[in-house]
Write a protein that binds this ligand. Structure first.
Ligand code: MRU
Length: 349
C-alpha cells in the first residue's frame, strides 16, 4: 500500500526483527513498531499493534522464524521443543482468526522435518516470507475477482477494517474497492465506525483517504437507515474464520448488517483468503469468540487539540460492560464469498 508516496506492507521481517505498522496509533501517527523477538511479536498481536486476520497470521509466521533464529541449544530435539513452545505462545494471543493458527502451523510444519537446526533456522525465514508473499498475492487476486462485482457509480458499505492494514497488503474487503478505483470506476464507500475500537473510523477511513477514494464514516447504527433509503448497492466485509457450512465469524456487528442487507435486498459479500477457512469448524457454532476487555467500551481514545493521544472514560464509574469482539453470520445471509478462485456461492457448501 502507498503511504506518503512510499510502498509499505503491514508486516515484514528484516534481520531478526519483525516490523509492523503500529495500528494502535493510526490515524493520528504513522509509526513502525520494531519487534525484537517472538515474545514481543506475540505481545504486539495481543495488544493489537497488529490486527486483522491475515496480518496477525503473517506476524505469527514471522514470530516462529524469530523463535527459530534465537535458538542457542545444540540438538534438533531441543530445537523442536523450543519452536513448539513458541508456537503455543503465539497461538495463545487471540482465539478467533483462523489465519493465525494456519500461518503458525504452516511455518512450523515446514521446518520440523529438518535433520539439523541450522537448516531449520534458514528455512523458517524462507517459509515465513513465502507465507507473507502468498497472502499478499491472494489478497491481490481477491481484488481482481471482486472488482468484477462492482459497477460504475455504486455505493459500497463495509464494516471494520479489512484493508491492507488487516492483511500483508491490498486487503480483503477493501481489495476489490481499491482495484475498482484503480480502474477509474466511480464508487463511494460507507464506512461503519465499528465500535468499540473504531477500526472503521480510524483505519478504513485512513486507508481510503490515502488512496483518495470517496467515503463517509457512518455511525454503526446508521447502516440500516442508508440501506432503507437505497443508498447502499452492495456490502463487502472481511472474515476472521469461515466454517465449512459457509457461516462467517467477523467483527461484532457484521451479523446485524447481513440481516439488514437481506431485508433490503442488498447483496452481502464476504472477501477472504484460503487461510481464513477452517476445516475443523463444521458450522459457526464451532468458532471460538474472543471476549475483550470492558475498557474498550468504557473508554474512548482520541487526539486532543494539543495533538496528544488520550484515553477518556465515557461511562459511569459504577458501570461494567460486555465486549464480544466477533459475531457469526449464518451462510443464508451471505450472497457469496470472494476468494482467489472465483465467487464461491455459499449454497454449494
Ligand atoms: O479485532 P480485529 O480488528 O483484528 O478484527 C478484524 C476484523 O474482524 C475485520 O473485520 C476483518 O474482516 C478480518 S481481517 C481482513
Amino acid at each position: 500500500m502507498f503511504i506518503n508516496n512510499k510502498n509499505y506492507r503491514t508486516v515484514w521481517m528484516q534481520d531478526n526483527y519483525v516490523y509492523l505498522i503500529n495500528q494502535q496509533l493510526l490515524p493520528h501517527k504513522f509509526e513502525i513498531y520494531q519487534s525484537k523477538n517472538h515474545i514481543d511479536t506475540a505481545n504486539a498481536i495481543k495488544t493489537m499493534i497488529v490486527r486483522g486476520a491475515p496480518a496477525i497470521g503473517a506476524a505469527g509466521a514471522f514470530g516462529i522464524a524469530q523463535a527459530a533464529l534465537k535458538f542457542n541449544g545444540d540438538n534438533i530435539e531441543n530445537f523442536k521443543n523450543h519452536v513448539e513452545k513458541a508456537a503455543n505462545i503465539l497461538k495463545s494471543t487471540r482465539p478467533t482468526a483462523n489465519d493465525l493458527f494456519y500461518a503458525i502451523d504452516f511455518v512450523k510444519n515446514k521446518i520440523m522435518n529438518n535433520l539439523n537446526f541450522e537448516d531449520a533456522k534458514k528455512d523458517s525465514v524462507k517459509y515465513a516470507n513465502e507465507y507473507a508473499d502468498w497472502n499478499a498475492e491472494l489478497c491481490r487476486k481477491i481484488g481482481e475477482h471482486g472488482n468484477k462485482l462492482i459497477k460504475n457509480n455504486q455505493n459500497i458499505l463495509t464494516h471494520c477494517n479489512a484493508g491492507a492494514l488487516a492483511c500483508v497488503d491490498f486487503g480483503t474487503a477493501l481489495s476489490p474497492i481499491r482495484i475498482a478505483h484503480y480502474n477509474k470506476k466511480n464508487i463511494f464507500v460507507y464506512v461503519d465506525e465499528t465500535r468499540p475500537r473504531n477500526q472503521g473510523a480510524s483505519l478504513t477511513a485512513w486507508e481510503l483517504a490515502q488512496e483518495r477514494i470517496s467515503h463517509a464514516i457512518i455511525a454503526d447504527n446508521a447502516a440500516g437507515f442508508f440501506m432503507k433509503k437505497k443508498e447502499v448497492d452492495m456490502i463487502i466485509v472481511g472474515a476472521d474464520r469461515i466454517a465449512m457450512n459457509g457461516d462467517v465469524a467477523n467483527k461484532i456487528g457484521t451479523y446485524e448488517k447481513a440481516v439488514l442487507a437481506k431485508e433490503n435486498n442488498i447483496p452481502f459479500y464476504v472477501a477472504a483468503p484460503l487461510s481464513t477457512f477452517d476445516i475443523n469448524s463444521k458450522t459457526g457454532e464451532d468458532i471460538p469468540i474472543e471476549e475483550r476487555s470492558e475498557d474498550e467500551l468504557l473508554y474512548i481514545h482520541g487526539i486532543d487539540e494539543n495533538k496528544i493521544i488520550r484515553k477518556i472514560r465515557i461511562a459511569p464509574e459504577e458501570s461494567h460492560a460486555k465486549n464480544p469482539a466477533f459475531d457469526v453470520t449464518s451462510a443464508r445471509y451471505i450472497t457469496g464469498i470472494i476468494n482467489l478462485i472465483s465467487f464461491i456461492n455459499t449454497n454449494i457448501f
